[in-house]
Design a protein around this ligand. Structure first.
Ligand SMILES: C[S@@+](CC[C@H](N)C(=O)[O-])C[C@H]1O[C@@H](n2cnc3c(N)ncnc32)[C@H](O)[C@@H]1O
Length: 443
């Protein structure tokens, strides 16, 4: 399989308006076994790069084109693939970028445009140093409405830091399974057996980071035996702040395939009970497989629409975690296609669903129990909007619950907003997903 052609095909679908999530498409190419690991890395690098730098690549192209807007979409994509490699990916020599991109134009039946692609790329290549210098300064271009909102919380300097961090490749975080091993042992095994370098993080006891590719890690014996999971750091922080205890009855609404559920079970030392609820049975099947692999047997999966009704057996929970479906703007670094797929008008329907989920879930808590609402997005509707509406609906029934000092490492302090009520993780704090959360105790 030709990687550049594969990248072109994915981008062509996305820019023609298909709401495709890129992760699913990369994994398709892997599953069919048509891509080697280095080829897969290159594919992800190309596709993410074009999506992240689309506006800047458009600007470079317009320097060399008389009527940039008149170009067919597919020719624009071919050009951006070439320009991205010239400006950002300095490993590839000029002649190779030009010839491979012209070849791609041939492959995609863009014959009338081959001369133009060739001419634009040759001119851009002759000014490569200039473009590379400019590219070092590039940050993510955000929709105006979102940038305007984020500026309410961040200084100019922080905003620039945030935009620059969003264009970097995502960091791969691991979570060690303390039921099977410990961080030090795993770091040593990964290094000795696979030459994989990983580092523990002061922020959380079982979190590691590594520069490696996802596919390489999931193929190790240790992953297959459940010694570790791949789990974004912010997501781990939310579970850490939730603080589930051994022996408790926990409900996890919107558990998906169990990223956070499994961490809860590990923090509970596999003692107590977790009811894991999701609307999609296939996600629950994956969760069951992973739980078995990780030596966890306290999870009961329940496939139900949690905006409707929840089974009686869930009532009187010590803690309820609501990880609601959301617009995902916090995951831009990993999923830059969010910027193309999502519109401002999507926020309100998400917020309505989140509010419904939170209200239903709150009926499950026993007196003095804790509920935590979180989303991997930072839009006003889905954050302040939802928690504000919940507090208005139930005045006097809940008090905001902030974690005790032992849970709040100095590195975690900035996650508490100036209002001292919510957990907010901006993507540039720890080079991880952006998250919003708030927890309450039932009075
Ligand atoms: C943000 S994801 C949760 C991710 C998961 N907790 C994890 O840590 O990997 C939200 C989840 O809510 C689920 N969901 C969406 N609508 C739902 C509903 N009405 N009832 C129950 N679950 C729902 C989705 O299937 C999805 O898995």
């Amino acid at each position: 399989m030709n990687v550049r052609l594969e990248a072109f095909l994915i981008l062509n679908r996305l820019f023609r308006g298909e709401p495709i999530f890129l992760d699913k498409h990369y994994s398709l190419s892997i599953k069919t076994g048509e891509l080697s690991i280095p080829d897969r890395s290159f594919l992800v690098h190309l596709v993410r790069g074009i999506v992240k730098f689309y506006p800047q690549l458009q600007e470079i192209a317009s320097v060399y084109l008389q009527k940039p807007k008149g170009l067919p979409k597919k020719v624009q994509i071919i050009l951006y693939l070439g320009l991205f490699q010239l400006a950002v990916d300095t490993r590839i020599p000029d002649y190779a970028v030009v010839s491979e991109t012209v070849e791609l134009a041939r492959h995609t039946h863009s014959h009338p445009w081959i001369k133009l692609v060739n001419a634009v790329l040759r001119k851009a290549a002759s000014e490569r140093v200039r473009w590379c210098k400019q590219a070092e300064q590039w940050g993510m271009v955000l929709p105006q409405w979102l940038e305007g909102y984020w500026r309410r919380f961040l200084t100019e300097g922080e905003m620039n830091q945030l935009k620059k961090s969003l264009v970097l490749p995502p960091v791969l975080y691991l979570r060690v399974n303390p039921l099977k091993t410990d961080s030090q042992k795993l770091i040593t095994i990964l290094l000795k057996k696979y030459s994989i370098v990983s580092n523990s993080l002061p922020l959380l006891p079982n979190a590691l980071n590594t520069g490696l590719d996802y596919t390489q890690l999931v193929e190790t014996d240790e992953y297959q035996k459940g010694y570790f999971s791949i789990h974004d750091l912010s997501s781990q922080v939310m579970v850490h702040l939730f603080d589930p205890q051994p022996g408790e009855k926990i409900v996890d609404i919107g558990c998906g395939s169990g990223g956070k559920t499994l961490m809860m079970a590990q923090m509970m030392k596999n003692k107590g009970c977790i009811y894991a609820v999701d609307i999609y049975p296939e996600k629950l099947k994956t969760l069951e497989t992973l739980a078995h692999r990780q030596g966890i047997d306290i999870i009961r999966t329940i496939a139900v629409d949690a905006t409707q009704s929840l089974p009686q057996e869930l009532i009187d929970a010590n803690r309820v975690f609501v990880d609601a479906p959301c617009s995902g703007w916090g995951t831009l670094r990993r999923n830059p296609e969010i910027g193309i797929i999502r519109k401002k008008s999507d926020n309100r329907p998400f917020a309505e669903k989140q509010f419904q989920l939170l209200c239903h879930a709150s009926a499950l808590i026993k007196k003095s129990g804790i509920i935590l609402y979180c989303v991997c997005t930072l839009t006003p509707e889905e954050t302040e909007g939802v928690v504000g509406a919940f507090e208005k609906l139930n005045p006097g029934e809940w008090e905001v619950n902030l974690p005790g000092n032992s849970l709040l490492q100095p590195e975690l302090k900035p996650t508490i907003l100036s209002d001292d009520k919510s957990y907010v993780i901006w993507p540039h704090y720890f080079n991880s997903d952006g998250f919003f959360g708030r927890a309450w105790r039932k009075l």
